[in-house]
Design a protein around this ligand. Sequence first.
Ligand code: ZN
Ligand code: ZN
Length: 395
Amino acid sequence: METKNEDTPTAEKTIFDAIAQGDLAEFKNILAQHKGGVDFFDENGMTALQHAAYKGNKDMVQLLLDRGADVNSGKHEYNYTALHFGALSGSSDVCKLLLDAGAKPTATNSVGRSAAQMAAFVGNHHTVATINNYVPRSDIAYFSVPQGQQTEPYLPPFLVEPLHKLVLGVNIHPVRLALNLQHTPILLENAEKVSKVLEMMCKKEMSKGSETNEVMAFKYHYLAYIIREINNIRDKQKPASDKDEKKHDVVEIFSKKLLKPGKDGYSLDLMDTFLKDCVREFPFRECTTFHQMVTSLTSKDSPPALTVINCTINGQRGFVDAIPYCSTCGEEKPAKKCSKCKTVQYCDRECQRLHWFVHKKACNRESSAPVATNNAKLNIDANELSSELQNLVAG
Ligand SMILES: [Zn+2]
Ligand SMILES: [Zn+2]
């Protein structure tokens, strides 16, 4: 007969304390000393993983998963899973770790709510989008293995990782996608293969019967469309001789096209036309998602196409106005501001640089007086940038 390990009750008690206090060092200590499994339960049937997820503690969640914690286990009285707790914590990173470890996004609690629904309930919209946009790596890896008579797979294996990352991305702003692609040149160099695989993923998703996720199918189509467009620009820009020197050109041209304001000075007419064409080209016109988008886009006072697409892919959002966005790429809560007028925000200098051709007029108008104090860390100096930019974004 097995004797119960004497130190277990202590380890259990202390590990819950360490999680509650966010004491990572102590937490690591306990794990290092404890040799057995890590699916500890507290008196309410919650596991250590669920506690760490609820705290939104990415490091602890990762350590428990590394030690083989069961991501779908739990005896919580209302059937909450670790993912439900991660969703409530609002940590998209924790949710992603749990999903990577096989957490079931469709699992519901005792009142029939999924993790994404709980996240929406408490206003964690980024987390909702992270869960709803989740695709297992295997869905992409499938295309990296030759099928049937194929001698070569549709997707070279080295593209699985970067494509997975692209697909999981929550920010679907075309300029953000262009910037991400620029930082992952391998995807752009294989743009034809990548967009073809995305189209196949779209078709495959639509043929899953009751399991079909129309929204994901549309997202695949959307990503394929954007990649193809950027690749077209890239092809035209590729002079035989100096293709490396003009690295920035593709994103520059693409974002200049999309961010150029229309006659009223602010609506992004070209972006709108470009994205409406994307919706129009979606091959599954009989599905609900397509109908909803078209209804929205053709209604009186219709919102911009980017808003419609973003709502479709990432879900309806509340309190949108309260969140600051990067004026260039739509990233939430950007770190920097234009130091001159402080009315626009950007992720970084690159985003400010790409937006300068639009913003320079408004900036000069807003800030007739020079700014006396300068929070150098957070602000990007428009004066300093402007001279640098004259050459780059002339016109
Ligand atoms: Zn940005
Ligand atoms: Zn400004």
